[in-house]
Design a protein around this ligand. Structure first.
Ligand code: UDX
Length: 440
């Protein structure tokens, strides 16, 4: 089938490349000409496992085409995947401007060309419940645009694993009032139907599934983070607590790791978006707001552990080895990264911070350029310079677990603050290294 992807950000690019991989002819379009230029030069703007290889493969095989002209992009197919950004306004309300702009462009294109063949508009961008319906009633009025079919088809891609997730997802959710839309989009995904369950519902429910999934996972994280404070108080080990709770299949042990809290482009935005949606609908909701508040306070809780261990006076002369600024391992994304927040909090208190970040270094250098006591290590993990006073871990890179204790002993104070609970206290203490984790 021929498909046009509108918006080649993280979601659009992964979706387009993977749709080409499952046998479709895909046209990628973006209003950002810089991005188009980059894509045309066979490069991609993000770091994502396996994506570049597939992108090049399908460009060469001509299953993928980059379209800079909006009319040509719309002409290329009659299935439009809308993957434009829905950034947030101050009050948590998602900004749907780009979504409405492109919808109006599609409408103008249909009007101008007097099209009356079937057109499918697939909404992949994360949108508040009711948005698909709103587009239908405000732009594509059913009595005029009889052959324009709309539906919601949210993504559940984890950064760093997005290609794998697309190809192996547990569910593909399609929400539409139109049988024609469901039939067509189901057919489009049929190469994946052996691995993924295709779940059909109405658009509002589909939109709620997206918000609800992310908010529920964020709730698990905030729940265990709140428990970690109690575990600290009573002398428990939150890793064991999490493991023990998660052994109950009804709960499961994923997303129950206590630490610095969640970051990234989805959880923070979607929890705020859901909280906004509750308040807009005048439904009092405490859970989501608490999840957000706990998450925002978790880094302060960790920061206070540093202040408890070292006086403000002592900190002034300390150099800190800081590991990890990406919001999670194996991505160059630093959006709402707790590591970046922490560095901004710690920097004014200490002499200097020496950062090691394996993937997101370039983005982090830009984000922290205003801090003059921050430097980045230019090396690989095996050659990190440990000539600092103490260490902080802020991202759960698996390679940080394997750092030999003899290296940690080079830290002058021999203290490690583990913001992701990835190291083993007993083993470190046996080697004379002080360990400060969260809830253990
Ligand atoms: C998430 C969802 O998993 C995905 O389905 C959705 O489509 C987009 O949002 P992503 O943002 O890539 O994906 O990150 P994810 O792997 O879910 O982790 C989010 C954050 O939670 C990270 O900062 C991570 O460090 C943190 N986290 C995760 C915890 O603090 N504890 C955990 O147990 C798990």
């Amino acid at each position: 089938m021929r498909i046009t992807i509108i918006g080649t950000g993280y979601v659009g690019l992964v979706t387009g490349v993977c749709l080409a991989e499952i046998g479709h002819k895909v046209f990628l379009h973006d209003i950002n000409q810089e991005k188009i230029k980059l894509l045309k030069s066979k490069k991609i703007p993000i770091h994502e496992n396996g994506l570049l290889k597939l992108f090049k493969k399908h460009l060469e095989a001509k299953n993928l085409r980059i379209e800079s002209d909006p009319n040509e992009a719309l002409q290329a197919s009659n299935i439009y995947f809308i993957c434009v950004g829905t950034p947030q306004l101050r009050n948590g309300k998602p900004n749907l401007r780009y979504l409405f702009d492109i919808s109006n462009k599609i409408k103008d294109y249909i009007d101008k060309n007097k099209l009356n063949n079937n057109t499918f508009i697939v909404l992949k961008s994360t949108i508040p419940p009711g948005t698909t319906k709103e587009l239908q009633t405000k732009i594509f009025k059913k009595d005029i645009y009889k052959n324009v079919y709309l539906g919601s088809n949210p993504e559940f891609l984890r950064e760093g694993n997005a290609v794998y997730d697309f190809m192996n997802s547990e569910r593909i959710v399609i929400g539409s009032e139109s049988k024609e839309f469901i039939r067509t989009i189901k057919k489009l995904y049929s190469p994946l139907s052996k691995k993924s369950k295709i779940f059909i519902t109405d658009p509002q429910s589909s939109e709620l599934i997206k918000y609800g999934s992310n908010a529920f996972l964020a709730t698990k994280i905030s729940f265990i983070n709140e428990m970690s404070k109690l575990s600290d108080k009573v002398g428990g080990n939150i890793d064991d607590v999490s493991q023990g709770i998660g052994m109950d299949k009804r709960i499961g042990n994923e997303f129950l790791n206590a630490g610095l809290g969640y970051g990234g482009s989805c959880f923070p935005k979607d929890t705020r978006g859901l909280a906004y949606t509750f308040s807009k609908n005048k439904i009092p909701s405490k859970i989501i707001q608490s999840v957000i508040d706990i998450n925002n306070k978790q880094r302060k809780y960790f920061f206070n552990k540093i202040l408890k261990r070292f006086s403000k006076q002592e900190l002034k002369s300390k150099s800190v080895l800081f590991l990890g600024t990406a919001f999670k391992p194996n991505t160059d994304d630093i959006r709402e990264s707790v590591g970046i927040y922490l560095i901004n909090m710690i920097s004014p208190m200490v002499k200097n911070i020496l950062i090691f970040e394996p993937i997101a270094k370039e983005n982090s250098i830009n984000a922290l350029s205003k801090l003059n006591n921050v430097r980045f290590q230019k090396t690989s993990i095996s050659k990190i310079d440990y000539d600092c006073d103490f260490m902080i871990i802020a991202t759960e890179y698996p390679e940080f677990i394997k750092i030999p204790h003899k290296n940690l002993k080079k830290l002058k104070d021999r203290v490690v603050f583990d913001g992701r609970n990835i190291l083993n206290r007993e083993k470190l203490e046996k080697n004379g290294i002080e360990y400060i984790g969260i809830g253990k």
